[in-house]
Design a protein around this ligand. Structure first.
Ligand SMILES: [Zn+2]
Length: 334
């Protein structure tokens, strides 16, 4: 099932035109209201009318995590604080990060997570549980919104012990779970020690944060639980879960590209690479109101795949690269 048939199956021509329109609007917004981007554009000698299509994006410099930290807490807002509905605050190393959302941003988050969860097999009859650490709880908000929008049943949890977690799955008939791969593997171990067979638990859909699952962990989960984990991509410090997610075709993660425009940049030269080539994922938010970001460097090595997907979605896919980190050191900036 596809949650938003109209958007998720747009033709490439339609999607490109829509993205370009949204880009012009977001450029006008940040030029008028974001101190950082106004300065950046002026430094590059750019006015909003100089960026009218997606190809023009490359005229702009990238935005880094350091930019976010340097503008903490409200420097990237494009509106008064009174317009913000939710702030997600984290601390990474010595840097503070805070991402703000308007009510419209939260509604968009719900929509994107609905699409991703449905692509992974969630439906109205699902009983869903998020099992995360304290750090992961804030970005789980969007996941919870998505579950509510779909109409599934959401089970809250206060991070039970492993054995209690297994009982929860059995007692409440939890069909869908979102957790770290390492937690799912520990859970399987505990299940085995207590006479349970993980593959016989009611779980039908297993979701994992793509940042926290290695290829070998994914294969182990599939082997033990009998289901391939569905990877969902987001960034705890910048955006929550919901930027991209897998379908059941094992063909990469569909990017919600009506809201996030992906580019792949050569990690050393910074040049935009063509479809299929491996580089660093750079994202431009096309819809976010409170804190739009242009060409944000994610540090994730991947390639883009626009070939047809058997699920019917036309959204471009990212294919993670886990073996080339030594070749292209993430974090090196151009
Ligand atoms: Zn697909």
């Amino acid at each position: 099932m596809i949650w938003n048939q109209q958007v998720e199956t747009l033709s490439r021509t339609e999607m490109t035109a829509w993205q370009a329109y949204k880009l012009t609007k977001i450029i006008e917004r940040v030029y008028e209201k974001s101190f950082l981007y106004q300065i950046r554009m002026k430094e590059c000698g750019l006015l909003p009318e100089n960026i009218t299509n997606l190809d023009d994006l490359k005229k702009l410099p990238v935005t880094t995590k350091q930019d976010i930290a340097a503008n903490y807490p409200y420097g990237l807002l494009t509106m008064p604080v009174s317009g913000v509905a939710y702030i997600h605050k984290t601390l990474e190393a010595q840097d503070h990060f805070a991402v703000s959302y308007t009510r419209n941003d939260l509604a968009m988050w719900s929509e994107l997570m609905s699409r991703i969860l449905v692509a992974g097999g969630v439906n109205m009859t699902s009983v869903f549980q998020w099992v995360g650490t304290a750090k992961e709880n804030a970005p789980s908000l969007g996941v919870h919104f998505g579950i509510q929008q779909i109409g599934s049943t959401l089970l809250s949890d206060s991070r039970s012990s492993m054995l209690a977690q297994i009982h929860l799955i059995e007692d409440f008939g939890i069909t869908s779970i979102f957790s770290a791969a390492s937690h799912l593997l520990q859970l399987a171990q505990e299940a085995g020690m207590n006479g349970y067979k993980p593959a016989e638990l009611p779980l039908q859909n297993i979701f994992c944060d793509s940042n926290l699952v290695s290829q070998s962990q994914g294969e182990k989960i599939q082997q033990i639980y009998g289901k391939k984990p569905i990877q969902v991509y987001g960034m705890y410090d910048i955006w929550g879960m919901g930027i991209a997610g897998e379908c059941h075709c094992d063909a990469g993660l569909h990017v919600q590209e009506d809201c996030f425009y992906p580019e792949i940049l050569h990690p050393v030269s910074g040049q935009v690479l063509p479809i299929g080539e491996i580089g660093e994922l750079v994202l431009t938010s096309l819809t976010l109101e409170a804190m739009p970001l242009l060409r944000f460097t994610t540090g994730m090595l991947c390639s883009l795949d626009d070939s047809p997907c058997a699920c019917g979605r036309t959204l471009i896919r990212i294919r993670k690269e886990t073996e080339k980190n030594d070749l292209y050191p993430c974090g090196q900036r151009w």
